[in-house]
Design a protein. Structure first.
Length: 476
């Protein structure tokens, strides 16, 4: 078995409720504010090009347990993701990351990795994996089941049902001793997890971005390392961790996403049969959003590196659940997220100030980090050039060709998301935290309705918060 790595008032969120009627999400999107209604006419015929046929449905299989089913015959493999949602804290992150790894090691019926692997092999090389991550100020402990579509099993094996049953064994009957997780597995996974956390500093690109976020949001939950805290991890014993895991299993809201050829009702039946999920409180973890930055801070730190890492942090003034968030996404693409963007063509190619330069937005938290790799001597020039490009967009000084290129790039990225069960699962799971049910195809149909004025308006909401520079020891 393989292991995967792991402010302001907001509108009312979707609540999981058992007495709600089962929703069926329409395939015809309503144009969000910030995109003109012409998105519902001309693009309608084009939106089907390059997208697979997909039936989307949402249902509450238990109170606090929501299933999004994406039925399509495009893929020969099906994917199920099951995510327990918790508030992001260092204590929660430490516990769920360690628990997920220990659960992956074995259960009562399959106590070793070898026995788990043999069962996966029997199920046509199915995989059952676990991973943890943060989305905004929410923490997700996720389990993934990937299987061959039942139609391709020549002996009639219920591959999906067998893999879900294996997941149920791992979740409901983990390997225990003395009322807690088996100490051999616990201590081994403690070492693996703490080693992985220490190794995060070795990837200087992601380290600099995460360090900028931690400094920029130092009094906010978003600053917490999603992998946990080494001291808190080492302090956990088998009994304490098992008690925390049991509490999560029984009480945390659950978001499930299935991509494959099975009907939603059949998926729900197999889940209930194998996992026996119970009712739970429906409230989703909330993310506190700071809409505008305060006083700009500049922070420099030194390491033994040759290439400097410049991270420029902004408060975007808009979030994923805002009706005009699509305009901000298009701004990001035009500004720096594509090979035809202004940061790539001007700052990187024309001025040769960066080895790479692109924005890293978080739609739930309302932040954006422009991440750059530079010669340390070019720090001031690169910063000025990036802020100048932002000012140009804020003043509407970009061409129709640039806008058209950004629209095409975004439409292609939406097509790519529809081509991957894993990308679709991630898309809907993260957006469930913002109450969003639109698919990539539906967003692609709205792109042509975004105007120059919408992009300028989105760009003008950005406020500079923090400039973080990781420089070499020899830099001046």
């Amino acid at each position: 078995m393989r292991r995967c790595a792991a402010g302001s008032p907001r509108p009312a969120r979707r609540r999981f409720c058992a007495d709600m009627p089962t929703p069926r999400f329409t395939a015809t999107p309503t144009a969000p504010r910030g995109c003109s209604e012409r998105a519902s006419s001309a693009p309608t015929e084009r939106k089907a090009q390059g997208f697979c046929k997909m039936e989307k449905s949402g249902s509450y299989i238990r109170r606090g347990v929501h299933l999004t089913a994406l039925r399509t015959d495009k893929f020969k493999f099906g994917l199920l993701s099951l995510s327990f949602l918790l508030p992001l804290t260092a204590e929660n992150a430490s516990a769920v990351n360690l628990a997920a790894r220990v659960i992956n090691r074995g259960c009562e019926k399959y106590p070793t990795l070898r026995e788990i692997s043999l069962e996966c092999d029997r199920l046509y090389s199915a995989s059952v994996t676990a991973g943890c991550g943060k989305a905004g100020e929410a923490l997700m402990m996720s389990f993934y089941v990937s299987t061959l579509d039942n139609a391709y099993a020549f002996d009639g094996t219920d591959v999906f049902g067998g893999a879900v049953a294996l997941l149920g064994e791992l979740l409901r009957r983990p390997l225990l001793e003395n009322g807690g997780f088996r100490s051999e597995y616990l201590e081994s996974e403690k070492k693996n997890l703490t080693d992985d956390i220490r190794a995060q500093i070795n990837n200087k690109t992601s380290y600099a971005v995460n360090r900028c976020i931690a400094l920029m949001c130092e009094n906010e939950r978003f600053a917490v390392n999603g992998s946990g805290d080494i001291d808190l991890i080492n302090a956990l014993d088998g009994r304490t961790l098992y008690e925390k895991y049991t509490e999560i299993l029984q009480n945390a809201p659950v978001e499930i996403c299935y991509v494959g050829s099975m009907a939603a009702e059949e998926v729900a039946d197999k889940l209930q049969s194998s996992l026996a999920l119970t009712d739970r409180a429906p409230e989703l973890p909330q993310t506190d959003v700071v809409r505008r930055a305060g006083e700009v801070r500049e922070i420099a730190e030194t390491m033994d590196i040759s290439q400097g890492k410049l991270s420029i942090g902004f408060r975007t003034g808009t979030c994923m659940y805002d009706e005009d968030y699509l305009s901000f996404s298009l701004f990001c693409t035009l500004f720096g997220s594509s090979p035809t963007s202004r940061l790539f063509l001007n700052v990187r190619e024309k001025l040769s100030l960066c080895y790479y330069c692109s924005p890293v937005p978080d739609g739930l938290k309302g932040t954006m980090i422009v991440a750059c790799g530079i010669d340390c001597a070019n720090k001031e020039k690169a910063t000025e050039a990036i802020l100048r490009e932002l000012e140009e967009v804020q003043n509407g000084r970009f061409t129709d060709e640039e806008l058209d290129n950004a629209v095409r790039a975004m439409r292609n990225s939406y097509r790519e998301a529809m081509d991957s069960p894993a990308a679709l699962s991630s898309w809907f799971t993260v957006r469930s935290l913002a109450g969003i049910t639109r698919s990539p195809e539906e967003y692609a149909a709205l792109l042509s309705g975004c105007t120059r004025e919408d992009i300028v308006r989105a760009a003008k909401r950005l406020t500079l918060d923090t400039i973080y520079f990781l420089k070499g020891k020899d830099a001046q």
